[in-house]
Every structure is written in structure tokens, then in C-alpha cells.
Ligand binder design. Structure first.
Ligand code: CTP
Ligand code: MG
Length: 232
């Protein structure tokens, strides 16, 4: 058996509706370069990652300029113009397009384009924990706030016990064959781990970092700038 390799798959086919910006949020400049460039530069710089695939929408008008500005990405990153209507569909379409280059036992690290705070250290930490794992897992953070369940009026119905609650991040790292099967079988999911859970398997939670948060709203940009300018 050959040693499994590690591939990155970056879904970047969203429109960023909640960001309300003129261009899709993954192309907004943060600390001097587009959000997506931060992610692709990090994966391209990782010795652990064999190759990176980025999924964009068929009508994307920005990716070619981004790739041209990052000449070093040319043989480290492949652009797949097969984005779907949902994140799940974009990831699944990407997995299908990658099939010739990737074996069933190879690992795929799925990472949101909207999390530019990813670091080489976080990639290494995830791989170190999971390389021998039967299931795979994801970066996540233990919840620290007291959690409330709201009613339709925005009033607290109940306090949800925080014990054992984690907030999921990405990368989410699973074997290619298992991940593809899981995403094909599940009706709807917002992350890969929940598709794996639907198979009755239990993904490992690996401590992520606050800097790896997902940029969703306009006010998130300033915080991301602090993280990306303040650390390498
Ligand atoms: N994504 C994707 N294909 C979709 C929807 C989302 O590849 N049809 C990607 C986004 O580009 C992003 C990641 O999935 O990198 C996480 O999604 P999210 O933060 O929700 O981004 P958007 O869907 O673009 O934003 P919004 O939900 O505010 O529209
Ligand atoms: Mg979305």
C-alpha cells in the first residue's frame, strides 16, 4: 500500500450575501491580498499538502487575475469551475473533478475560502492528530459562552448545557473515498463532519484557533486584518 497523501479542497463558489459587498467576499482584500489568496498561499507553502484544488462558480470573473498575481501558485493549485448551489454541492462537485488525481485512501482537507486565518501550524496540528485515524476529524473550538435557545420573539427559552459543545471550523479532514460517499448519501449538511456523522462515525475534534474564524459579516473584516497583520 502506498502512503496516503494530503490534498486541500477549498470551496470558493459562494456569493457572500451576508457580506453585502460588490464582489464575492472571498475576493475582498484583507491585509493586502484577497481573502482567498491567503488561503491558497498557506496551502501552497505547506510541505504536507501534495496539491490544492479550489472550486469556483462557472461564472467567476476574478479567479484568473488572482492566479496570475500569484505566479507561485501555478503548479500548486488547480482551479475547478464546478461550483454548485450549496457549499455541500460545491465540495461534492470538486471531489468528483479531482478523482483522477486522488486515491480513495488519500486525505482531503476541506477548507472554507472565508477562513483566511489558517496557518501552517494549524494544518500540521490537524494532520499530526489524524494521520493514523480511522475516521478523520476537524478543527474546532470548545464553546466558552453560556448558550441560550431562543424562541421566535428572540427570548431565551432555555440555557443549553455548554459541556462538550464545540464550534466547528475547517479544515475538515477525511479520506477521499469515505468523504465522497458521505456527501453523496446525506440530504443536506453545512459541513463535511455532519455527513460523516450521518454514517454513524465520530469525527475527532482537534483544537483550532480563534484566528481561524469564518468571515461572514462586514464587521468581521477589521478583526481579520488584526489577525493577519499581527501574526505571520
Ligand atoms: N461556498 C461554495 N459554494 C456555495 C456556497 C458557499 O463553495 N454554493 C463556499 C464559500 O465560498 C465559502 C464557504 O463555502 O468559502 C463557506 O460558506 P459561507 O461562509 O456561507 O459563504 P457564502 O455562502 O459565500 O456567504 P453567504 O452565506 O453569506 O452568502
Ligand atoms: Mg453560505
Amino acid at each position: 500500500m502506498t502512503t496516503p497523501r494530503y490534498f486541500a479542497l477549498v470551496p470558493a463558489a459562494g456569493v457572500g450575501a451576508r457580506m453585502e459587498s460588490a464582489s464575492p467576499k472571498q475576493y475582498l482584500p484583507i491585509a493586502g491580498k484577497p481573502m482567498l489568496r491567503h488561503v491558497l498561499d498557506t496551502f501552497a507553502a505547506s510541505d504536507a499538502i501534495a496539491h490544492t484544488f479550489v472550486v469556483v462558480s462557472a461564472s467567476d470573473g476574478y479567479i484568473h487575475e488572482l492566479m496570475n498575481e500569484g505566479m507561485h501558485l501555478a503548479n500548486r493549485v488547480t482551479v475547478l469551475s464546478c461550483g454548485g448551489a450549496t457549499r455541500q454541492q460545491s465540495v461534492l462537485n470538486g471531489l468528483h473533478e479531482m478523482r483522477e488525481q486522488v486515491g480513495n485512501e488519500d486525505w482531503v482537507l476541506v477548507h472554507d475560502a472565508a477562513r483566511p486565518g489558517l496557518t501552517l501550524q494549524l494544518i500540521d496540528a490537524l494532520i499530526d492528530v489524524l494521520r493514523e485515524d480511522a475516521v478523520g476529524g476537524l478543527l474546532a473550538l470548545p464553546v466558552v459562552d453560556t448558550m441560550k435557545r431562543a424562541d421566535a420573539d428572540g427570548r431565551a427559552l432555555a440555557t443549553v448545557a455548554r459541556d462538550g459543545l464545540w464550534a466547528a471550523q475547517t479544515p475538515q479532514m477525511f479520506r477521499y473515498g469515505l468523504l465522497r460517499q458521505a456527501l453523496e448519501q446525506v440530504d443536506h449538511c453545512t459541513d463535511e463532519a455532519s455527513a460523516i456523522e450521518a454514517l454513524g462515525l465520530h469525527p475527532k475534534l482537534v483544537a483550532g484557533s480563534p484566528r481561524n474564524f469564518k468571515i461572514t459579516l462586514p464587521q468581521d473584516v477589521a478583526l481579520a486584518e488584526i489577525y493577519l497583520k499581527g501574526f505571520s
